[in-house]
Design a protein around this ligand. Structure first.
Ligand SMILES: C[S@@+](CC[C@H](N)C(=O)[O-])C[C@H]1O[C@@H](n2cnc3c(N)ncnc32)[C@H](O)[C@@H]1O
Length: 393
């Protein structure tokens, strides 16, 4: 019998959609299509589980359960009546409904949410004889409704906790990147585990820990649970098989050289703790993962050639008190030009003046969003010698 096919939507930070298409295709997704803020795709239940277990770039995986045109709130209620909710949940489970709208003409999203919630509850009462109760804090099942001008799409959440929560972060450090954005930076930089990597502003270690788990082939979701495990149509045998394959794939023999440094000894200690919890303590112990306190203005290259991937402090975030960030970044630029000739460097920042401050000319600058903050991911080729600053448009 052919496996059932579902339509899915994977949410991701804006700017990572094309990379997420490629990642999902490699996991067996069909019809993957980039949209703003995510990727629509199709596949069996196994593909949906695999996306949760393996995707490094997605924040959440949703499974579509209904889609129809609407013109008023009653149509939203009607959309809920097309779904066999009792195949997804029991009335003993709790429910939460969230509504997101883009260009929707309805007066109140709160009212839209209530109509959808009422529709689900009424339908469950009719089909199962009882209704689920609502729990906004710790729901058993979460339904997302997306409204555009004319269409409502209902999804059931498969992830639960967002996927960027890998389960290792004890303490947040200063302005940490989300783990899926860190993975996105590595993907966009083209870094592969054979190439030495340095993050000279590593903070809590997000980029280097993500890199170490990539190098050791640790699926990002190996040590956490997912909302799909609570759905009534969960297929435990399929999930167990995927998990076993994921566990068997872990390979600590990776030859990698991954270095992270930060001016703060306190955050370096945090990064070391985080690395241990993330399961890459062996690499830390034998020096394949190096985490050291060091100033980016004087940091030593860990290898002759390699890639720098980082997000330095920028205006919106706290900065070292002793010097202003632009001045410091000028000094970092001078140091990189002399000590890191032959390296390629990628800097994520919301400060468009960064190349000017560092007196480096970028060779690429894709747009990425760090939360709501529009950023550029500047690429610099460090060829040594003196650079002339280039006018930035
Ligand atoms: C935006 S945070 C990086 C966050 C990191 N990517 C994470 O996910 O935790 C910037 C970091 O740069 C560090 N920093 C500031 N000035 C520095 C310098 N001169 N050299 C090295 N690190 C510095 C701060 O201590 C802070 O941890």
């Amino acid at each position: 019998m052919a496996a059932r096919s579902h339509a899915y939507f994977a949410i991701c930070p804006r700017g990572l959609e094309p990379a997420l298409v490629a990642e999902l295709q490699a996991l067996g997704a069909a019809e993957a299509r980039a949209e703003s803020g995510g990727v629509a795709f199709a596949g069996s239940p196994e593909v949906g589980y695999a996306a949760n277990l393996h995707s490094r770039l997605a924040s959440r995986i949703l499974r579509q359960v209904a889609r129809r045109g609407y013109a008023n709130e009653q149509h939203l209620y009607d959309a809920t009546q097309e779904v066999r909710w009792h195949d997804l949940m029991t009335s003993q489970q709790t429910l939460r409904v969230d509504v997101t709208a883009a260009r929707a003409s309805l007066r109140s999203l709160e009212f839209a949410m209530l109509r959808i919630k009422d529709g689900i509850v009424d339908r469950m009462r009719t089909l199962a004889g009882d209704r689920p109760s609502i729990d906004r804090n710790n729901p058993g099942v979460r339904v997302f409704a997306y409204l555009d001008e004319r269409t409502v799409t209902l999804y059931v959440d498969l992830s639960g906790e967002p996927l960027f929560k890998r389960g290792w972060r004890a303490d947040k450090g200063e302005a940490p990147l989300k783990e899926n954005l860190a993975a996105g930076l590595l993907a966009l930089s083209g870094w592969t585990p054979e190439v030495p990597l340095l993050d000279p502003f590593c903070g809590s270690g997000t980029i280097v820990i993500e890199a170490a788990t990539i190098a050791t082939r640790r699926a990002p979701g190996l040590n956490r649970s997912f909302a799909f495990e609570r759905l009534a149509d969960f297929e435990p045998a399929v999930w167990r098989r995927l998990l076993e394959r994921g566990r068997a794939a872990v390979d600590d023999s990776a030859t990698a050289l991954i270095a992270g440094s930060d001016i703060s000894t306190r955050v370096i200690e945090q990064a070391r703790t985080n690395a241990g919890v993330a399961g890459v303590g062996t690499l830390l112990a034998d020096g394949r993962l190096r985490l050291q306190a060091s100033d980016a203005r004087t940091v030593e290259p860990p290898a002759e050639r390699g890639v720098i991937v980082c997000n330095p402090p920028y205006g919106e975030q706290s900065a070292p008190r002793s010097s202003s960030v632009p001045k410091m970044m000028g000094e970092v630029g001078d140091h990189l030009k002399t000590a890191f000739a032959g390296w390629q460097a990628w800097f994520l920042t919301s400060d468009r003046q960064l190349p000017r401050q560092m007196r480096l000319a970028e060779t690429r600058k894709p747009v990425l969003y760090n939360g709501a903050l529009e950023c550029r991911f500047f690429r610099f080729e460090l060829v040594g010698g003196r650079y002339r600053p280039r006018a930035i448009s």
